[in-house]
Design a protein around this ligand. Structure first.
Ligand code: FAD
Length: 376
């Protein structure tokens, strides 16, 4: 298994089912997107409801967080879910009706979602842009720190018998008679009944070892960290996420096809301007730093999970794109159930085989939350 938050989550869940695994990480755990993430846990905003099974995965993952938090803390390293709540302010005439349009079903989700008028928004967040027209507040969503989350999964998985190897690159797959029987590293061959490619954006490259096309594409994201003494928002507001140390993490660019973790002047400008548009006071903030990571994109915006067609023994779990942190718990559980039972029924909507044939829907064309998420 090759790994980030998705692989670590699978390893933890299969360890809970009494199955042993070895997890390989070429650098350090959370050195990929899982460490560069902004860490928002907000399925109501970031998971496409137009694909019901995908949305269900988002909600079931979200529902798992309290229990998972308790388990990981019990094992000795907390994942540190912060219940910040998420406020989506209507800062433009265009966004106002979009937020209103989605409010009824969001309210019906039983998560305490409410509409706030402009005064109520200003009362909650006094530094918000003075032109705010109102907003939707979702009190139960929040954020985690990616690195802490991954470390807590590694810790708990290790205690249950999983082996996590850092600084060990997988260089190929072992194949015998059309069946994948394990992985190769520069020093050793590891045999396994199941080999899971959960290599984030590298998953597409790893597919060439079989060879099989696994259509995962890179989508770079840059985030920044700011600090403004005396100012910390009460909630996650649009792209601004308050941290426990008083700093603010702001996400994120979306750069299709870029496969490196460089940070750029235009990326920093884009994220900074988006943040200043929400909180003008951020123009006076101290610039603490910037980080980039590469998201694993899938052709239709829905993760690929399950058997790789034509290659017995080989499974894939990737393509979680902009939402891998919030989807990791449910994905780990689905994959672990599948590995334990060989029954892929629950994975039907995520099977790589769904992409066989031609056109897949272009999820970027759907108006949905993309606008809510990214419109300034
Ligand atoms: C700036 C930014 C902001 C984001 N914000 C959010 C957010 O707010 N909420 C959210 O839910 N998601 C967010 N995401 C998305 C989320 O971080 C990703 O979907 C998730 O981290 C992907 O996890 P992964 O395990 O699939 O991949 P990765 O984290 O990339 O892990 C894959 C790992 O595999 C290792 N690897 C690759 N090839 C090999 C090999 N041959 N041998 C050994 N190891 C190998 C890599 O080193 C890497 O560490 C964000 C992403 C970015 C970049």
């Amino acid at each position: 298994m090759i790994v980030g938050v998705i692989g670590c989550s699978i390893a933890y869940q299969i360890a809970k089912r009494g199955i042993t695994s070895t997890v390989f990480e070429q650098h350090r755990f959370a050195s990929g997107a899982s460490g560069a993430t902004v860490g928002i846990i907000g399925p109501l905003w970031y998971i496409d409801r137009a694909v019901p099974s995908f949305f269900r995965l988002g909600m079931s993952s979200f529902d798992m967080f309290p229990q998972l938090s308790a388990e990981l803390a019990e094992a000795g390293a907390e994942l540190e879910f912060r219940l910040t709540g998420i406020l989506k302010p209507a800062l433009t005439e265009g966004l106002y009706p979009l937020l209103q349009e989605h409010l009824p079903w969001q309210t019906e989700m039983g998560m305490g979602v409410t509409w706030l008028g402009p005064e109520e928004v200003r009362e909650r967040e006094p530094e918000i842009h003075p032109g705010v027209l109102g907003g939707v507040f979702s009190p139960k969503e929040g954020a985690v720190r990616g690195k802490t989350f991954v470390d807590s999964l590694v810790n708990a998985g290790t205690r249950l018998g999983a082996t996590f190897l850092e600084g060990v690159e997988v260089t190929g797959l072992e194949v015998a008679g059309g069946r994948v029987t394990g992985v190769r590293t520069p020093f050793e061959v590891f045999h396994a009944e199941h080999t899971v490619l959960a290599a984030g954006p590298w998953t597409g490259i790893a597919g060439r070892w079989v060879p099989e096309t696994i259509p995962i594409r890179p989508v770079r994201g840059q985030r920044i960290r700011l600090r403004k003494t005396g100012f910390v928002p009460r909630s996650t507001v649009q792209n601004v996420v308050p941290q426990t140390d008083g700093s603010l993490v702001l996400g994120a660019t979306r750069e299709e096809g870029v496969f490196n973790d460089h940070t750029t002047v235009s990326g920093v400008r884009q994220v900074t301007e988006a943040g200043m548009n929400v909180f003008p006071i951020l123009g006076e903030a101290e610039f603490v730093g910037t980080v980039a990571g590469v998201r694993p994109g899938s052709p239709d915006g829905v993760p690929l999970m399950g058997p790789v067609p034509g290659w017995e023994g080989l499974r894939v779990a990737s393509g979680h794109d902009h939402a891998g942190i919030m989807l990791s718990s449910g994905s780990g559980e689905l994959m672990a159930d599948y590995i334990a039972s060989s029954d892929a029924t629950a994975l039907e909507a995520f099977l790589p085989s769904r992409l066989a044939g031609d056109a897949t829907p272009d999820y970027m064309a759907r108006p949905l939350f993309w606008n809510i998420t990214h419109e300034k």
